[in-house]
Design a protein around this ligand. Structure first.
Ligand SMILES: N[C@@H](Cc1c[nH]cn1)C(=O)NCC(=O)O
Length: 463
């Protein structure tokens, strides 16, 4: 069993990350099927746009409850629950004809998706050394992005060749199989059983002998352990009473490091989410005047850029722990400068500037993974699920608000439908991102100072 020791953490993480990639396939499964979905359900563009928005609202709203459940039941249970919810949601998507039932199906998909990412993130400190965490986190994001890449074209091909039902039944079968795999492989931490072992009550030797890579010697390892739970004042005088939800939230938010992580996640990824989820294609076609096929081709650049950045940013933020927030801030500033150049460019921006935007803007996704490192350094272990869920809400909140505000500003200018789209209207609408960046960056600077003071006061160092 000794020889399995270095591999088991990677196998456990690999299967969990695969489950996350499948969740992303589910999340973006309607992205390339707009016209097919309109045909299938007989709906207009506004109703179609409601699908991803509702799904993301469900995802964002559930992050904190799922985080709380995660601290209580562990990643194995939550990954399975997420898989089951997505399987049911996609079976419904394949079979229902009524649009309201389809929306309900997307709610289930959003709820299942909400369980995946933070469950994988929760596994990492249990299986890997602190020094490895930034890289493994970024690899997790990268695998998720790969899910986005494979979801669009193959699914569109299956739906156009074999039909709607075959496409969505195929996705639900895939989720089911990967969930089954997770049931037999994923373990919350070394020494704990898989879902199967827990149900049967028999702990196999692989689980019994499992070791975390954190216990393996790592040359020059940097130690950035989370604070002890006692660093948060609790009402648990007798150690038995569990904190109530709001009490926990208040205490978590009393840590400036957690608030810093929140604002880091709030600020860097939303521009890319907004662009990829809804407004990118209309802007490039109806605003800039590109053909739909050129625009779609250019959009794949965003995924590639984000995947490449994931490879670079993991080792970088691990090497420069003290400056990781600055890495995020510089990337955000790059995104802001690129967007401002697009907005101020007289007339249609040149192709080179569009390409720069599509390469720079998606860097905000991998940069936002730094927020989970910050959160992990400051969140007591028993609150890590809650903390990760809380931080993960941030970027999706800013993205959802921006999506809605862009639609509102377009509508207010009488440019809310493809017939009336114009570059000027889009430029004004995309300018709503500026206050979000300003708020986020300001809060990062404020919380960074407070975090520094808090660490001095408690005698804590990141390295
Ligand atoms: N910011 C993303 C992660 C990411 C990594 N690379 C590009 N994006 C995030 O927070 N994801 C959460 C999720 O559920 O996908």
């Amino acid at each position: 069993m000794r020889s399995m020791r270095p591999f088991l953490p990677w196998v456990v993480w690999g299967v969990a990350a695969l489950a996350y990639a499948i969740a992303i396939i589910n999340r973006s499964s309607l992205a390339a099927l707009g016209p097919a979905a309109q045909d299938h359900f007989g709906i207009d563009a506004t109703t179609l746009a409601a699908f991803p928005v509702i799904q993301l609202v469900v995802y964002a709203v559930l992050q904190i409850p799922v985080g709380v459940l995660l601290d209580r039941f562990g990643s194995t249970v939550l990954i399975l629950a997420g898989g089951i919810l997505m399987t049911i949601g996609q079976v419904a998507m394949a079979t229902v004809a009524d649009v309201w039932l389809a929306i309900l199906a997307r709610v289930l998909v959003g709820a299942g998706d909400a369980c995946m990412f933070i469950s994988v993130m929760r596994l990492l400190p249990e299986w890997f050394a602190v020094r490895q965490l930034p890289t493994v986190s970024q690899l997790t994001g990268l695998i998720g992005q790969a899910g986005q890449l494979v979801s669009v074209v193959p699914l569109a091909l299956v739906v156009s060749n074999l039909g709607w039902m075959a496409g969505f039944s195929g996705i639900s079968a895939t989720v089911f199989l990967v969930s089954l795999l997770a049931f037999f492989v994923v373990r919350d931490r070394p020494g704990m059983g898989t879902g199967f072992e827990r149900v049967t009550g028999r702990l196999g030797s692989l689980s019994r002998n499992a070791r975390s890579l954190a216990t393996a010697p790592l040359t020059g390892a940097v130690v950035v352990s989370p604070p002890a739970t006692e660093m948060i004042e609790t009402q648990q005088a007798d150690g038995k009473r569990t904190l109530r939800f709001w009490g926990k939230a208040r205490r978590l938010l009393s840590l400036p490091g957690v608030r810093l992580a929140y604002w880091v996640h709030f600020t860097s990824p939303f521009a890319a989410t907004v662009f990829l989820l809804l407004w990118g294609l209309p802007f490039l076609t109806g605003g800039v005047g590109l053909s739909p096929s050129t625009a779609r081709g250019l959009l794949t650049l965003t995924v590639l850029s984000s995947m490449f950045a994931g490879l670079v940013l993991g080792p970088l933020s691990s090497r420069f722990v003290e400056r990781r927030v600055w890495i995020n801030v510089w990337i955000t500033l790059g995104i802001v400068v690129t967007w401002v150049a697009i907005l101020l460019w007289p007339g249609p921006p040149p192709m080179w500037l569009i390409v720069v935007l599509l390469v720079v803007m998606p860097l905000g996704g991998p940069a936002s993974m730094i927020s989970f490192e910050v959160s992990r350094s400051h969140t007591p272990r028993s609150f890590i699920g809650f903390g990760t869920g809380l931080v993960n809400t941030a970027g999706f909140t800013s993205a959802l608000l921006t999506i809605l505000l862009i639609g509102l500003v377009l509508d207010l200018q009488g440019a809310g439908s493809p017939d009336n789209y114009s570059l000027g209207a889009f430029k004004l609408a995309f300018a709503v991102q500026i206050p979000f960046w300003a708020l986020g960056l300001t809060m990062i600077f404020i919380e960074q100072r407070r975090t520094r003071r808090w660490m001095q006061k408690h005698g804590r160092r990141l390295r």
